[in-house]
Design a protein around this ligand. Structure first.
Ligand SMILES: Nc1ncnc2c1ncn2[C@@H]1O[C@H](COP(=O)(O)OP(=O)(O)O)[C@@H](O)[C@H]1O
Ligand SMILES: [Mg+2]
Length: 382
């Protein structure tokens, strides 16, 4: 029997052993000249960047080149993601690089012309193949959901021939509703046999491990309680610890660190609301209304309460669902992280909250909810 205590290996990520082994195996295959492609999908803060970051060390050990670039939201540069990855501005450029640089400069200045983008995509794809021929390498493209059209087109071209020998192509993305170009890229690589890794939230024990690493000792019940609201998201877990620490709310007693007081919670709410901003005002406005209904709610009630039609409500919620902020449970939706529901609810001012509770009471009453639930909302509406 294995008598080792359960828990994280020092220096490794918590709860990601299987994923790390998987990536290590593929890295070795690439070092031996094979090609590999991995698509890593997971909610914001779940650990995509941390996971792909571990490849840097593995690549160095195996003598592989390592390149990592990140797509930025609203980066208008045509083929920007791949040119960042493929063109070294300080090195001498061959004819292919020069043509790509000239083309992207012309595209940035003028209107995006589909033919020119197609040519740039062709050149970028050729450069990926050439680099892989020269020396095995790892190319990490982060946050592909923000990827520009030209880069995605180049990736589709590459996918048509399958994994590039000597190349380990790793792409990360959030499960936002995919725009057409991204869906096409993912489909092309899926057909080409890319490995798909869905990075799920961590188990509750692993979340405690993340916190214990940050504080350097076991954590007490109040801190565990706060960690239980993070829905398995390590970024939220570290937000909890860092915010409590910044407010001097962490105290050690008998070797156990726990959180004291409640003042730090307002700052935590603010941090969490900041984390959710990427969802956009429309989605957040609807989620704020949902937060009044509770940790779980029925979409029909939310629609009635918000005055939106049910299909419109779904269209907006689709984004929150894809992002993992709410999760589907039968005919209900559940907030994936209590922390987020609380932060949204606490972000409403007193007047907004009263109005929304009154509307919730009306919607729930009409839908036949028990009278004590309705009267509870009415009490908060006063
Ligand atoms: N498995 C893990 N164990 C410990 N900490 C983690 C783990 N995954 C992520 N983190 C921490 O959580 C935060 C968010 O991780 P990150 O990799 O940036 O998420 P993503 O790229 O999916 O948005 C970082 O501070 C990171 O150090
Ligand atoms: Mg990231």
């Amino acid at each position: 029997m294995d008598a080792r205590p359960e828990g994280p290996r020092p220096g490794s990520l918590v709860g990601r052993g299987a994923e790390l082994d998987d990536l290590d195996g593929l890295l070795s295959d690439v070092a031996d000249g094979a090609g590999a492609t991995v698509l890593i999908e997971g909610e914001a803060g779940v650990g995509k960047t941390s996971l792909v970051g571990t490849l840097r060390q593995g690549a160095a050990i195996l003598g592989l080149d390592f390149r990592l670039v990140r797509a930025a939201q609203a980066d208008g540069r045509p083929v920007g993601l791949l040119t960042d990855a493929l063109i070294d501005p300080s090195a001498a450029h061959g004819p292919v690089e020069s043509e790509l640089v000239d083309l992207t400069a012309a595209l940035t200045d003028g209107h995006a012309q589909p033919q020119a983008i197609a040519r740039a995509a062709e050149l970028a794809a050729a450069l990926v193949r050439r680099q892989s021929d020269k020396r095995p390498w790892v190319l990490v493209l982060e946050d592909l959901h923000h990827g520009d059209t030209g880069s995605l087109e180049a990736l589709v071209r590459l996918a048509r021939e399958g994994a590039v020998p000597g190349g380990f192509l790793v792409m990360t993305m959030r499960p936002v509703p995919h725009r057409t170009e991204l869906a096409t890229t993912v489909a092309a690589w899926t057909r080409a046999g890319a490995r798909y890794v869905e990075l799920r939230p961590l188990a509750p024990r692993a979340v405690v491990d993340v916190a214990e690493r940050l504080v350097g000792s076991p954590v007490g019940p109040a801190l565990r309680g706060a960690l239980a609201t993070t829905g398995g998201n390590p970024r939220f877990a570290s937000d909890v610890v860092r915010t409590a620490r910044a407010h001097g709310a962490l105290e050690e007693r008998d070797g156990v660190v726990d959180v004291v007081g409640t003042q730090w919670l307002d700052s935590l709410d603010e941090v969490v609301r900041g984390r959710l901003e990427y969802l956009g005002v429309e989605v957040l406005a609807l989620l704020e209304q949902a937060s009044v209904l509770g940790t779980s709610f029925v979409v029909l009630d939310l629609a009635a309460m918000s005055g939106a039609s049910v299909p419109d409500c779904w269209r907006t919620l689709r984004h929150a669902l894809a992002a993992g902020v709410v999760r589907a449970r039968g005919d209900r939706l559940v907030f994936g992280h209590d922390l987020c529901r609380g932060a949204l609810y606490h972000g409403l001012d007193a007047q907004q909250r009263r109005v929304l509770h009154a509307r919730a009471a009306w919607a729930l009453d009409r839908a036949g909810a028990p009278s004590h639930v309705v009267s509870d909302h009415l009490a908060r509406a006063r």
